[in-house]
Design a protein around this ligand. Structure first.
Ligand code: XMP
Length: 472
């Protein structure tokens, strides 16, 4: 039997090319997550319970990437996390703070201090809008016993809009009438919400964020193949999730393929990413089952032990090389999942044919991940754990019955606290932009087209890192 050699990121380097790139800012790193979803940066945060819930997904999407909410919780919790992301950029405040018309200025000042908010809609019955009181109305009011009714801008002078107003229309009204708050009302003047100028400009000016057609942040969610996966898919789709990630350790299995076919049949328009896989024939089968993206990686992850537990896996660069031609021929993006330890690995994955990269361990210690920060020997850490690790398995509801059947394929680890995830993103994107100038690539297609990989020896690897000095 001929045994082939397979390579991973550290086995290779890219040969520098004569470069016409004069500034790292001139390169375009936009990409596709799925056939229908575009990203400004090729980074995806992993669907792990120590990595992606709503806080991480919001940060990823604001940065131009996307986060995939993990599935190791009940359906309600996962739906709530998805909704938190979808509501984040929503410019409408659904339940604005209110005061009564017979409140005194002193009472309003107390509310300002308590709620950290400087303007209030005025209503006596909690429904009908009577006016608005803003910091401008209170500027020269020195008598604390004066009533809101004497200071407010009354209903007759208010500019309002319907709840269906678009961010663009709201901006135009605010511009025309030089107002900072736009109350939303129904035909009976009942309060339906509030739009503020700050939220509008934040929304309209954030061109970097990954947004859906309604201007809301993009978010994905993982589902499995067992225990009511269709019910979970339905609830997530109703919460307007943008993409479902079929999260199976061995994605080239009859269970995974059947589940994908079932979701595709029930929900013809939802984006599905299939995985995880490591071979071209797996990619062909997933694409035939109806996915719009494939996730590649069997065992490369920082907390994975699948390869040493089962003996199966394919070093990640070879897996990408094998699958990329299938994806390119079908027009289906490839997500390289796991094993990215440093920016160079991101560059190599994209040059080998990945369209985006999923990261777990490198994001795991950041501020936005679930879980507390721990102190150990004077340093701060967070926990990263494999979703097939013993502690992850034990935290599932059916753990007690299955305790004797658990063979872990992952570990739990302490990772250094890394501050906001934006810092880590900046490091990766900085490395990618710099790498693209070495590769004379103005965009990711050129990075792939110009890529010339060379295999290096152990001495080459040693030479590549810092050496022969004491790192401080
Ligand atoms: P990194 O290297 O970024 O990899 O931490 C993240 C990816 O690792 C996968 N993952 C696992 N693989 N056993 C495995 O074999 C596990 O317990 C496990 N948990 C996560 C997953 O694909 C993730 O995105």
């Amino acid at each position: 039997m001929e045994i082939r050699t397979a390579l991973t990121y550290d086995d290779v380097l890219l040969v520098p090319k004569k470069s016409n790139i004069t500034s790292r800012q001139d390169v375009d790193i936009a990409t596709k997550l799925t056939q229908n979803i575009s990203l400004k940066i090729p980074l995806v945060s992993a669907n792990m319970d120590t990595v992606t819930e709503s806080r991480m997904a919001i940060a990823m999407s604001l940065a131009g990437g996307i986060g995939i909410i993990h599935r190791f919780c009940d359906i309600e919790t996962q739906v709530r996390e998805v909704s938190r992301v979808k509501r984040k950029q929503n410019v409408i405040i659904d339940n604005p703070f209110t005061v009564r018309s017979d409140n005194t200025l002193a009472e309003v000042k107390a509310k300002i201090a308590e709620l950290n908010c400087t303007s209030f809609l005025v209503t006596d019955d909690g429904k009908k809008l009577l006016g608005i009181i803003t910091h401008r109305d209170m500027l020269f009011a020195y008598n604390d016993s004066v009533l809101v009714s004497e200071l407010m801008t009354p209903k007759s002078k208010l500019i309002t809009a319907a709840q269906s107003v678009s961010p663009e229309e709201a901006k135009n009204l605010m511009k025309t009438y030089k107002i900072e708050k736009l109350p939303l009302v129904d035909a009976d003047f009942n309060i339906m919400g509030l739009i503020t100028a700050t939220d509008i400009s934040r929304n309209l000016n954030n061109h970097q964020a990954s947004k859906d057609s309604k201007g809301r942040l993009l978010v994905g969610a993982a589902i499995g193949v067992r225990d009511g996966f269709l019910e979970r898919a339905k609830a997530l789709i109703e919460a307007e999730v943008d993409v479902l990630v079929m999260d199976i350790a061995h994605g080239h299995s009859i269970n995974a393929l059947r589940s994908i076919e079932q979701i595709r049949k029930t929900y013809p328009n939802i984006n599905i990413i299939g995985g995880n896989i490591a071979t071209a024939s797996a990619a062909k089968d997933l694409i035939a089952a109806g996915v719009q993206g494939v996730k590649v990686g069997i065992g490369p992850g920082s907390i994975c032990t699948t390869r040493i537990t089962t003996g199966f896996g394919v070093p990640q660069l070879t897996a990408i090389f094998n699958i990329a031609p299938v994806c390119q021929a079908a027009g289906i993006p490839l997500i390289a999942d796991g094993g990215v330890k440093q920016p160079a690995d991101l560059v190599k994955a994209l040059a080998a044919g990945a369209d985006s990269v999923m990261i777990g361990g490198q994001f795991a210690g950041t501020e936005e991940t679930p879980g507390p920060t721990l102190n150990y020997k004077g340093r701060q850490y967070k926990i990263s754990r494999g979703m097939a690790s013993l502690t992850a398995a034990l935290s599932r509801p059916d753990a007690k019955e299955k305790i004797n059947q658990i063979t872990p394929e992952g570990i739990e680890a302490r990772v250094p606290y890394r501050g906001p995830v934006q810092n880590v993103i900046n490091t990766f994107i900085g490395g990618l932009r710099s790498g693209m100038s070495y590769g004379n690539a103005r965009n990711l297609n050129e990075l792939r087209a110009n890529a010339e990989f060379i295999r290096i020896t152990n001495s080459g690897q040693i030479e590549s890192g810092s050496h022969d000095n004491e790192v401080i």
